[in-house]
Design a protein around this ligand. Structure first.
Ligand code: ZN
Length: 234
């Protein structure tokens, strides 16, 4: 059920669901949706009161997630836009030169497009750059993270880099590791988190107690990086 509440000049729309829980929960999702889960007996007035009370937090969360939306269709690939690389935001600068290339300089992502490449866009040049960096970095981090499993006698799984709509990584039934190239936009620790999670699955296919214990040993601060990753929409 879609509702909305007025907070100052801002109208906050949210979906409301009910549950047996005793307290009200407000979630702001990376796609900017606000979800409210309220106890069955909570009145709409009391729900709205709580939403207003947390209004500044909701707006702050939404603004934060907004800055992490790297795949909004509105991207024009023009100078001034920001794009993510390894968890940092860079300001895009596009220019026409003799050679198509991408460089990181200061806080800038400099995309040069060759004057001779008539049909090439900044988007193409940047996509190629992201892809080659994803291949290099994901391969390197897989090799490094496998070393943490030295005492468990596992073999480095073959790596497949493939775009997935809703997942950062997965392990196939034939024990091949699939990683989402979009991970290149996240901090390296988030990349490690995804790889380590999947490597733990080589030993324990499900999220049972043994899996959780192993993950805790291998990456004690996994939760921090999981949360950070959730702020980047897949
Ligand atoms: Zn898992």
């Amino acid at each position: 059920m879609e509702q909305s509440v007025q907070y100052g000049k801002t109208s906050i729309s949210y979906t409301l669901s009910r549950s047996k829980r005793k307290t009200l929960a407000i979630e702001v999702h990376p796609d900017l949706r606000v979800k409210v889960i309220a106890p069955n007996n909570a009145s709409l007035d009391s729900i709205e009161e709580k939403l207003i009370k947390r209004g500044s937090w909701i707006i702050k969360q939404r603004r934060y997630f907004e800055s992490f939306l790297p795949r909004t269709p509105r991207r024009e690939y023009v100078s001034g836009e920001t794009h993510l690389y390894l968890g940092r935001r860079y300001v895009l600068k596009v220019k026409n030169t003799d050679k198509s290339e991408v460089k990181l300089k200061g806080g800038q992502l400099l995309v040069s497009i060759s004057k001779r490449a008539i049909n090439t866009t900044a988007r193409d040049v940047l996509a190629g750059w992201y892809k080659s960096h994803a291949e290099k970095i994901l391969t390197k981090h897989l090799q490094e993270n496998v070393k943490l499993f030295r005492s468990f006698s596992i073999k480095e799984p073959p790596l497949i880099i493939k775009r997935m709509k809703k997942r950062w990584g997965s392990l196939t039934s034939t024990k091949k590791l699939i990683l989402n190239p979009e991970l290149i936009k996240a901090p390296v620790k988030c990349i490690d988190y995804v790889i380590l999670h999947e490597l733990c699955h080589l030993l324990h296919p499900h999220h049972g107690k043994e899996f959780l214990q192993l993950r805790e040993i291998i990456m004690p601060d996994w939760k921090r990086w999981k949360e950070r990753l959730e702020q980047i929409s897949a």
